[in-house]
Design a protein around this ligand. Structure first.
Ligand code: NOJ
Length: 564
């Protein structure tokens, strides 16, 4: 394919890397990571092949939800540095060809945000209508708390003004009223501010909740929330043409697809990318069963993103590894395989573990997951530490178990801080996945290490844009353990096989449009393989093995081809 397209729609084969400044690298020994420390680590990201850093919230906060409760949208939390440090980081990243996006958390503020402080002071406050109030929780209002371990209702009584306010998340996070034009203006101002300082877009927090108007008295008369999302995207486009909105939407596929924008008049005018929560959950089910079927079904069912939009794929994120879209039995299977102890589970719907400990450190299974991440269609999003095979620390509370300090060296604090005895944001991982055994320094020069392997996967993924961009089809394999997909674009095609089972298998695959005697080249080894008969190729796979095979000669139009 023409590579000019990949720089134009850069997000379509980007490598996104999510990190929290607080836990990445402390530069001044106070025990808290900071922008200065992160900037010093930029070349780790360059070597890895990252093209876009996603910064988790770095704004002033009360720390009731690890930074997702913001008290000032226009500043940097002083513990992490200054605005100057922020811009130095963005500039240095840019210099290395890395874009930076950040969390946009505007479904709610902290209850200590000056807007809410003012709003709750009286019913006639200027900011009263910036939040959602009611005299008594309405029956048709939103249902279901997100953090059932702590909250029992999405409404909290406010004693001063004798009304209830809406909070989808913790009660310390009152929901903003985005139906209010003043709030909408302010959200645009926030986006404008950070793009002006060099951000290339945002990971939009909790999008369905942001757009929700249930429970508001005038919900029926409010404008279509999707129009609002389209407005936001248009605004962003005017400010910065190549900026993106990467949205957190965890809904069934047809509902998520709407957030790309699918009105009759315009398709693809809302979120640039949506996370593929369904595919992620089905991948774990496939891994638990040793069978390709669950993931194959998800890939077949997944709606195509609009032309310039894309799905964003991931193995784990900073939250609990949610399994909420599996049915109870399926979830129980994944729990049994990867997190049998109650303490490893969270909210009855997810796991607070990272992948390597889930598979008892089995490198083959870890690599299988990352080979899927980089070869399935979609933009891969990594969570810091995945590249070196970090584990979790279950001694940390709730979701914090996977938000432990990055492990740079074998030192006690993993090289995260030089501060002796400084209090850390979260405890460092201990045991088999602690810094002595798992750290970036020791893996740096070893191509066979997790870091070396991840680099290779990323390099090949970037060299093979058909994977991210191409039309893909899932092909039936003659073995239940094997997932086969073919990505093709402008005459180029890549055949990809993953073996979820612990058996060695030779899969016979029918490749539409592939003529007999054609060569396929292994993208990792350069070895070639010949199609046996017309349209047929036999591929040997190790237990949990994978192959990416470039088809050397253009396929006949796979849709029309009758293999010759
Ligand atoms: C989703 C974020 O991923 C999560 O960490 C946070 O707690 C909630 N949104 C609330 O902002």
């Amino acid at each position: 394919m023409r590579l000019t397209r990949t720089s134009d729609l850069w997000w379509k084969n980007a490598v996104v890397y999510c990190l929290d400044v607080e836990t990445y690298q402390d530069s001044d020994g106070d025990g808290t990571g900071d922008f200065a420390g992160l900037t010093q680590r930029i070349d780790h990201l360059v070597r890895l092949g990252v093209t876009c850093v996603w910064l988790m919230p770095f704004y002033p906060t009360r720390e009731r939800d690890d930074g997702y409760d913001i008290t000032d949208f226009y500043a940097v939390d002083p513990r992490l540095g200054t605005l100057g440090d922020f811009t130095e980081f963005v500039r240095t990243a840019r210099d290395r060809g890395i874009r930076v996006i950040a969390d946009l958390v505007v479904n709610h503020t902290s209850d200590h945000h000056p807007w809410f402080q003012d709003a709750r002071s009286s019913r006639t406050s200027k900011y009263r209508d910036w939040y959602v109030w009611c005299d008594s929780p309405p029956e048709d209002g939103p249902e279901g708390v997100v953090f059932p371990d702590v909250e029992k209702s999405v409404w909290e009584h406010d004693e001063t003004t004798e009304q209830y306010y809406l909070h989808r998340f913790y009660k310390q996070q009152p929901d903003l009223n985005v139906a209010n034009p003043a709030v909408r203006d302010e959200i645009a101002r926030i986006m404008g501010f950070w793009t002006q300082l060099g951000l290339s877009g945002f990971r939009v927090d909790a999008v369905p909740f942001l757009l929700e108007t249930d429970g508001q008295q005038d919900a029926d008369q409010l404008p279509d929330p999707h129009e609002y999302l389209a407005d936001l995207r248009a605004f962003l486009g005017r400010r910065s043409g190549d900026a993106v909105l990467l949205g957190e939407v965890n809904l069934p596929y047809p509902d998520t697809a709407k957030f790309f924008g699918d009105s009759e008049s315009s398709r693809g005018d809302e979120l640039t990318m949506c996370f593929d929560f369904i595919g992620m959950q089905q991948m774990y089910l496939s891994m638990a069963r040793g069978e390709a079927a669950p993931l194959a079904a998800a890939l077949r069912e997944r709606p195509a993103a609009p032309r310039d939009a894309h799905w964003a794929t991931f193995v784990r994120n900073h939250d609990e590894l949610t399994l909420d879209k599996l049915d109870d039995e399926e979830r129980a299977e994944v729990f049994a395989a990867f997190g049998p102890d109650k303490d490893m589970q969270l909210y009855d719907r997810g796991l607070r573990r990272r992948l390597p400990p889930m598979v008892d450190g089995d490198r083959r299974r870890v690599e299988l997951a990352y080979s899927l991440l980089f070869s399935l269609p979609g933009t891969p999003v990594l969570f810091y530490g995945e590249e070196i095979g970090m584990g979790e620390n279950l001694a940390a509370e709730g979701r914090q178990a996977v938000r432990t300090p990055m492990q740079w060296t074998p030192d006690k604090s993993g090289g995260f801080t030089a501060g002796e005895g400084a209090e850390l944001p979260n405890p460092v991982v201990t045991g088999a996945f602690g810094p002595t055994r798992v750290n970036a320094h020791d893996q740096r020069h070893d191509p066979a290490s997790p870091l070396g392997r991840m680099r290779t996967l990323i390099e090949r993924y970037r060299e093979t844009p058909e994977l991210a961009w191409g039309d893909y089809r899932v092909i039936d394999a003659d073995d239940p353990g094997v997932l086969v997909h073919l990505s093709s674009l402008e005459g180029g095609a890549v055949l990809v096989l993953h073996n979820f089972s612990e058996r060695s298998v030779t899969a016979s695959v029918e490749v539409p449009g592939l003529r007999g005697g054609r060569l396929l080249t292994d993208v990792f080894t350069g070895d070639t393989l010949k199609s046996a008969a017309a349209g047929l190729v036999d591929v040997a796979l190790d237990p949990y093995g994978y192959r990416w095979l470039r088809v050397n000669t253009p396929l006949d139009d796979p849709d029309r081809a009758t293999a010759v």
